[in-house]
Design a protein around this ligand. Structure first.
Ligand SMILES: C[S@@+](CC[C@H](N)C(=O)[O-])C[C@H]1O[C@@H](n2cnc3c(N)ncnc32)[C@H](O)[C@@H]1O
Length: 246
């Protein structure tokens, strides 16, 4: 692949990301947002929310006074503007993930700290439940759907993610895997893709009603193993969490 093809791939992936998250904004709060919130501490000071998709930034704006549209690896902030930068389950959505930490470093004050997360690989069974249902029902990624142009493998395991930060000039780089059981219900968890949220929502939207029914059936089949109380799920998840110091 030459440079032009690679950049075309980045653009196509970014366009897909914007489309997926524009469609997800409405349903995200009731589904995946509750899962992603597990790794974020309560902020102590002034918070500025950032997202590449205007509809998501608008949703964030309901919760924090400042919500800005900007797409990594370019942020529209002055150098050294922040004490802390959180990138919660974002880097694997960026077409050029290796370039993004340098931009986060630019907007941190000296001594400031980044905190970044991404889903860990291999995924625990609760984390892969929906993806496995799609696969079992034959609803795999169509060939015309862009993949991340740069393999996100560097962020799905601790050493790769730590190296990404160290290579971007950060010091005191630390990393660990955070494991937890996400408590949800069968209906709420299915409501994510059924409501068009995230990549699986996009995948489901593109399928015939028959395939959609098949995915739902395959989703329900193994849910019993995660059920503590009828209808209530405890889904094991794992994320890589890295921190550092500028
Ligand atoms: C899994 S969601 C995480 C959202 C939020 N940080 C949270 O913790 O709930 C991924 C988000 O990354 C955003 N995103 C995708 N590419 C991005 C980019 N290049 N720069 C900034 N945000 C991006 C998407 O619009 C989407 O809202």
């Amino acid at each position: 692949m030459d440079v032009v093809d690679a950049l075309r791939g980045v653009d196509a992936f970014a366009a897909l990301e914007r489309r997926i998250w524009a469609a997800s904004a409405g349903g995200y709060a009731a589904s995946v947002a509750r899962l992603c919130a597990h790794t974020v501490p309560a902020p102590a000071e002034r918070v500025v929310a950032v997202d590449a998709e205007p509809a998501v930034a608008a949703e964030a704006g309901r919760m924090v006074p400042e919500a800005i549209v900007a797409a990594l690896p370019e942020l529209s902030f002055a150098e050294r503007a922040f004490d802390v930068v959180m990138g919660n389950f974002v880097l694997h959505h960026v077409g050029r993930p290796a370039v993004a930490p340098a931009e986060l470093r630019r907007v941190l004050r000296p001594g400031g700290r980044p905190g970044l997360t991404a889903w860990a690989a291999p995924a625990p069974p609760g984390q892969s439940l929906l993806a496995r249902a799609f696969e079992a029902a034959g609803a795999v990624r169509p060939a015309d759907l862009p993949s991340p142009p740069a393999a996100p493998a560097a962020v799905t395991e601790v050493e790769g993610f730590r190296a990404l930060l160290a290579d971007s000039g950060f010091g005191a780089v630390d990393g660990r895997v955070v494991r937890w059981d996400h408590r949800t219900s069968v209906e709420a968890w299915w409501g994510g893709p059924a409501g068009g949220v995230a990549f699986l929502g996009e995948l489901l939207r593109r399928r015939s009603p028959e395939v959609r029914v098949g995915v739902r059936r395959e989703f329900e089949r193994p849910t019993g193993e995660f059920m503590r109380v009828e209808g209530e799920l405890a889904l094991p998840h794992a994320a890589v969490l890295v921190s550092a110091r500028r």
